[in-house]
Design a protein. Structure first.
Length: 581
């Protein structure tokens, strides 16, 4: 059985090969605004079988203000009964667990989450049909937040764990009972985290938090001393749940991180990769086989929205981003002269516009010589002295975003989406003027980024002066003369994302990578021989949901591609050669 969001309770009697809606189950659940204000269906929040031998009991939680909270079937789903009593109508049953004696435990919250939850409860249903409110913290002044994760020890009836969720102060925790919820212990005070495998979880503190948004929770049915829980950052596991003293938890991961990637940078010198994450800033990846030890700090921006390097001095990096909640001015940019290991704040302020810049929209770029920094503030700004002084850039539109040539420090480029102009600066970014831009359409609006996190459509290749690549909608264009003329390339491919990488042996042409569609096939493609063909470099068994936010080619290793996903971390791939390619 599957409790869906919008199609009621689904049932399969052939091991999942086919599904039908369970007509005997009349409840479907309702919509609720999520944290973005969009209405989403919650539906059937859980469905759970009683594991006792011979039992045909099934329970389902219903997120519907006009329906019962819990329904039960005694005949394997052929018929259903609404259970009287139990959780109140203003709370949603979100998860459930059954112990070895058939007792049902249900966690509830006032919203589906993961954010916006203010209240919650935990209820118990005995096999005799008696309900009890066994909420761990029933104080009138209990911290705001709800309950979500729940796990019952199959070998020891009455032993249950539940998690809080969205309890920001004093933080989420795990509650433990050995008597079915009559009494509880908060495991937070004696829980420690060993995060050596994922050191970013320290978040620049002296210890890692127990976690936030604790939603998933499990006790090993074969070993009650082993448990695991999920957070908004990772999955933790312990083998010491029975310990009398401290309980040590470790990330239960092996090359898997629950992270959304916003920006990637592979400079021609230094570390293989520098990353920009959502929520956890990003890292310098000196070793692609391990989790990096330290995130970008000084300033610590939760999101890193863009990264850039100086073409002739690739150890000089710049970055921009924003924080959640307490937004910071775009003056909170940063620069580094050691490849991103140590950062320095970069402050760019125009008092008349400072209040407009508190949403992290500005991006920063570095000129080829590493001396010029340009920022796309409402009035774009330029500094030639690492942020000690700034001047307004002439000729750029509001929030105009420059792109630096990687070979010539005098050259910068920009797009004016409103007027359909390609702009160029020949004076180190101080002023811009339109070029002829022969071969480009008059309308450049298709290249406009959708948000501050969208990869910019214009790329300068580090291997040659004036070498530019532009994505206009799903079409790709190339210029070899600093934007005076452009040529459409890859007419057969529809590009969603693109990147450049090291040329093939004996070639001066950068390898072109595309996430998109070619000959009716959607995937990742590589072109390393001019405009003569596309090689698919993923396959149907390795698509990772095809939820890509950014891709980046490696200028030092031929064929290597980095892929930033929307929730599955960073992937990278190298070509495998079997004789002649």
């Amino acid at each position: 059985m599957f409790g869906s969001r919008e199609e009621g309770l689904q049932r399969s009697i052939d091991y999942g090969a086919s599904w039908q809606r369970c007509q005997a189950f009349p409840w479907s659940g309702v919509g609720q605004a999520d944290r973005r204000g969009e209405d989403v269906a919650i539906g059937i929040s859980f469905v759970i079988f009683d594991p006792a031998p011979g039992s045909r009991r099934v329970f389902a939680g219903i997120a519907d203000t006009g329906a019962p909270r819990i329904a039960m079937s005694a005949d394997g789903g052929e018929s259903w009964t609404a259970l009287a009593g139990g959780p109140p109508a203003d709370l949603i049953p979100v998860k459930a667990a059954i112990d070895g004696q058939g007792t049902l435990y249900v966690t509830c919250s006032d919203k589906a989450g993961p954010s916006g939850i203010t209240r919650g409860a935990v209820w118990r249903l005995r096999p005799d049909g008696g309900w009890s409110d066994i909420t761990p913290d029933k104080r009138a002044d209990a911290p705001a937040g709800g309950y979500m994760g729940v796990a019952a020890d199959r070998s020891r009836p009455g032993r249950v764990l539940v998690t809080t969720i969205d309890r920001w102060r004093p933080g989420d925790t795990i509650w433990h009972t050995r008597d079915g919820g009559d009494s509880w212990e908060d495991l937070g005070p004696r829980s420690t985290r060993d995060v050596g495998i994922s050191p970013f979880l320290m978040q620049d503190e002296d210890h890692a938090e127990l976690g936030h948004w604790l939603a998933g929770l499990a006790i090993d049915p074969f070993d009650g001393s082993r448990a695991a829980y999920t957070t908004g950052a990772t999955v933790y596991r312990t083998d010491e749940l029975d310990a009398k003293g401290d309980i040590r938890w470790r990330p239960w991961v092996a090359g898997i991180e629950q992270t959304a990637i916003i920006s990637l940078l592979s400079p021609p010198g230094g570390a293989p990769l520098v990353s920009g994450f959502g929520d956890i800033a990003g890292f310098v990846h000196d070793d692609l086989q391990v989790s990096p030890p330290r995130m970008h700090l000084n300033p610590h921006l939760t999101n890193t929205n863009n990264l850039d390097y100086a073409g002739l001095h690739p150890d000089v990096l710049v970055r921009s981003g924003n924080r959640h909640g307490d937004q910071v001015p775009t003056a909170a940019l940063a620069w580094s002269e050691d490849g991103g290991r140590i950062w320095n704040p970069l402050r760019a302020k125009l008092p008349a516009h400072e209040e407009q810049d508190r949403d992290g929209q500005a991006h920063v770029v570095a000129g080829a010589d590493g001396r010029t920094f340009a920022v796309s503030t409402p009035v774009p700004l330029l500094s030639r002295d690492r942020g000690e002084s700034w001047q307004a850039i002439a000729g750029l539109p509001e929030r105009g975003r420059p792109v630096a040539d990687k070979q010539d420090p005098r050259l910068f480029y920009a797009l004016d989406f409103e007027r359909g102009l390609f702009l160029r600066s020949e004076d180190h970014g101080r002023s811009f003027a339109p070029t002829t831009a022969r071969g480009l359409p008059a309308d450049l609006s298709a290249a406009r980024p959708r948000s501050r996190e969208t990869p910019y459509p214009l790329i300068a290749w580090h291997g040659a002066r004036g070498a530019l690549w532009l994505k206009l909608g799903e079409r790709l264009y190339r210029s070899t003369d600093a934007g005076d003329s452009w040529t459409r390339i890859g007419a057969a491919i529809r590009a969603e994302l693109f990147a450049l990488g090291r040329p093939a042996s004996g070639s001066q042409e950068p390898t072109l990578f595309v996430a998109g569609e070619f000959q009716g096939q959607r995937g990742l493609f590589r072109q390393a021989d001019g405009d003569r063909g596309w090689l698919r470099i993923d396959d149907d068994a390795h698509r990772w949901g095809h939820e890509y936010r950014v891709i980046e080619g490696d200028p030092k290793v031929f064929g290597r591609l980095y892929v930033g996903t929307n929730g599955r971390g960073i992937l990278y791939g190298d070509p495998v050669f079997h004789g002649k390619e």
